[in-house]
Design a protein around this ligand. Structure first.
Ligand code: TRP
Ligand code: SF4
Length: 327
């Protein structure tokens, strides 16, 4: 299956992005799908056009985190949206058949306008976010698009606009499907929604000291006031971290018994979690360190990926221009 997905370069990725999205991408890649993963830097401009000082740096950082997390440039095409100008051409063409009212009715549009009310984003570009996203997807004939639930409406828009195009101009685009990750959402270390602005996230590019300082104070089941008070792991965020970071079955059994019978304390439980987290993250840290010391390798990966992406995008555009009877 042809797979495509991307993220905006809005800052460092956290473990929620890793477990909820990137791990799934890696799995799709290793299952033998034909994968395209990109950095949606033009999309970042739709809300962040005023603060572009770190944009190119963040784009490279995101690619570094993709490859360090297991996206393999030998298997997947890794590229940068703004390098493939054909996305903009398709965006323009799709905009011709996109009713304004349809964009205004995208539920996340009004929501974001409200949430980001401190920014002036009543712009043409921000309203057109889903059109640009549709271009990203349709230009690669993507069949499956792994995204978070928050992107459901964007995918729905993409399907609709592709169908509309096909019905006016004849069959041109494949109709893509969203692929949702089956992993339950992990909460932040304080139990609230994971969010950079709450300071409750653990970045992928982190270290054991930092992780310790976030994990050890994590709230636990409030029933466990004293070491001898039994608790319920299912009422404890630490437990869900154990599940997410794949603490071994034997250790999970030990923790579950120990918690419900008050034979282990929360400190011990958290130390086991630190171990599981180290197991998952240390190989990623090694790669991050490698690429920090060899930035030119990231540049090469981007250049190679851009070239492959361009070829694919250009093939689709020839089809599109023909469908539209453009000279
Ligand atoms: N809108 C996506 C997000 O914020 C990023 C994105 C842009 C994307 N274009 C895409 C995702 C195409 C999948 C396919 O997460
Ligand atoms: Fe949570 Fe572990 Fe403490 Fe039980 S022992 S309350 S699962 S931290």
């Amino acid at each position: 299956m042809r797979i495509l997905s991307g993220m905006r370069p809005t800052g460092e990725l956290h473990v929620g992005n890793l477990l909820g999205a990137l791990d799934n991408w890696v799995k799709l890649q290793n299952d033998g799908n034909e994968c395209f993963f990109f950095v949606a830097d033009w999309h970042m401009l739709t809300t962040g056009y005023e603060d572009i000082s770190k944009l190119s740096k963040m784009t490279k950082t995101l690619v570094r985190e993709y490859v360090s997390s297991g996206i393999d440039p030998q298997k997947s095409v890794i590229f940068v949206q703004s390098a493939i100008k054909a996305h903009a051409e398709l965006f323009l063409i799709l905009s011709m058949i996109t009713p304004l009212g349809r964009l205004e009715r995208v539920p996340t549009y009004k929501e974001q306008l409200r949430e980001l009310s401190d920014r002036e984003i009543t712009t043409f570009g921000f309203l057109g976010y889903p059109v640009l996203m549709a271009s990203d997807i349709l230009i690669y004939d993507a069949e499956g698009v792994p995204v978070g639930e928050d992107q459901t409406y964007h995918l729905e828009f993409t399907r609709e606009i592709a169908e509309k195009f096909n019905s006016i101009y004849g069959p041109t685009f494949k109709i893509p499907k969203a692929i949702f990750s089956k992993v339950p959402k992990l909460s932040g270390t304080d139990g609230r929604k994971m969010s950079k602005s709450y300071g409750n996230v653990i970045n992928i590019d982190s270290n054991m000291e930092e992780i310790k300082s976030k994990v050890m104070p994590m709230p636990t089941d409030p029933a466990r006031v004293h070491r001898y008070d039994p608790g319920t792991p299912e009422k404890c965020n630490v437990w869900y971290y154990h599940l997410a970071f794949e603490t071994s079955k034997a250790q999970l059994d030990y923790i579950h018994y120990g918690c419900t019978h008050a034979t282990i304390g929360c400190v011990e439980c958290k130390k086991i979690l630190l171990n599981s987290m180290a197991k998952k993250l240390e190989p990623i840290w090694e790669k991050i360190a490698h690429y920090k010391a060899h930035e030119e390798e990231i540049d090469d990966i981007i250049a190679n990926g851009n070239e492959k992406a361009k070829k694919n995008a250009e093939m689709t555009m020839e089809r599109v221009r023909k469908s539209l009877n453009l000279l």
